[in-house]
Design a protein around this ligand. Structure first.
Ligand SMILES: [Zn+2]
Length: 266
């Protein structure tokens, strides 16, 4: 008699929200919005992580305000938007699989004991929480390519006002890797606004070892791409979100009107 294989690990129960959400998939804008850190939801199958209430409320769990900002931008621009559905503490959708911060055992100095797991458990999280989100983005971009629809990637994030030992003066940061086609005009336009301090690839920068969305969905396809980081204190109120959404949408329209080089992509 042959022994049957052990039951596969399941992360998301059938009644739990999906690992991703697509908003306005047929949007007519050239912009495609991504929100890798939209949610602080934790599946019931991971109670040790779900118990870390404080870490989940803070930046360790998600990008505060980023989902609201990206939904407003999607509406203002008529742009498709893909949002991740689980907390970055479960698996970080903007980190290469297997990298130390993909399933962090320590995040911003906070130990995450629920992330000391086997390779099989890590693979199950990737299968259910990482790949479905990225496959949704790939399908959306493939469909636009097949329609020959010009496309640029805007990845929407937020960052904390301070880190231990460092106050961050920037209200917004424009991050990029190899492709500055969108970053340069965004930085220029934001710096024209009085009183705004704008980070040029700081406090973070995009890299192939430390990021996933921009290198894979943008650079590898030859699509203009940029990562927009807004400081969280600017996104705590509905008015703050609205002001940033209006500002970023206006800048994008201006860039679009002046021509997006290579935006048809591969
Ligand atoms: Zn983020």
């Amino acid at each position: 008699m042959s022994s049957s294989p052990p039951p596969a690990l399941r992360i998301l129960a059938p009644d739990e929200p999906s690992a991703f959400e697509v908003v306005n998939p047929d949007g007519r804008s050239s912009a495609v919005l991504l929100c890798d850190h939209a949610s602080n939801a934790v599946p019931r199958s991971l109670p040790e992580i779900a118990m870390q209430h404080e870490a989940l409320r803070e930046h360790t769990g998600w990008d505060i305000g980023a989902a609201r900002l990206s939904r407003r931008l999607s509406a203002l621009l008529d742009a498709p938007l893909v949002l991740s559905g689980t907390s970055r503490l479960v698996i970080d959708c903007n980190r290469p699989l297997g990298s130390p911060s993909s399933i962090p055992v320590v995040s911003c100095g906070v130990p995450i004991p629920g992330n000391v797991i086997t390779a099989e458990e890590a693979a199950a999280r990737a299968d259910e929480c990482f790949w479905p989100y990225h496959h949704a983005i790939t399908a959306l971009l493939d469909a636009r390519r097949d329609r020959r629809q010009p496309t640029a990637i805007l990845s929407v994030h937020s960052f904390t006002p301070s880190m231990p030992g460092q106050e961050r003066p920037w209200q917004a940061a424009i991050l990029y890797g190899r492709d500055r086609r969108l970053a340069a005009p965004f930085i220029e336009a934001l710096r024209r606004e009085p009183g705004l301090c704008v980070g040029d690839n700081e406090p973070y920068r995009v890299s192939e070892g430390g990021d996933y969305g921009i290198p894979v969905h943008g650079e590898a396809r030859g699509l203009p791409c940029v990562l927009l980081e807004i400081r969280q204190d600017g996104l705590l109120s509905a008015e703050g979100v609205e002001a940033w959404a209006q500002r970023l949408a206006a800048i994008y329209r201006e860039i679009e009107a002046s021509g997006l080089p290579g935006a048809a992509g591969a």
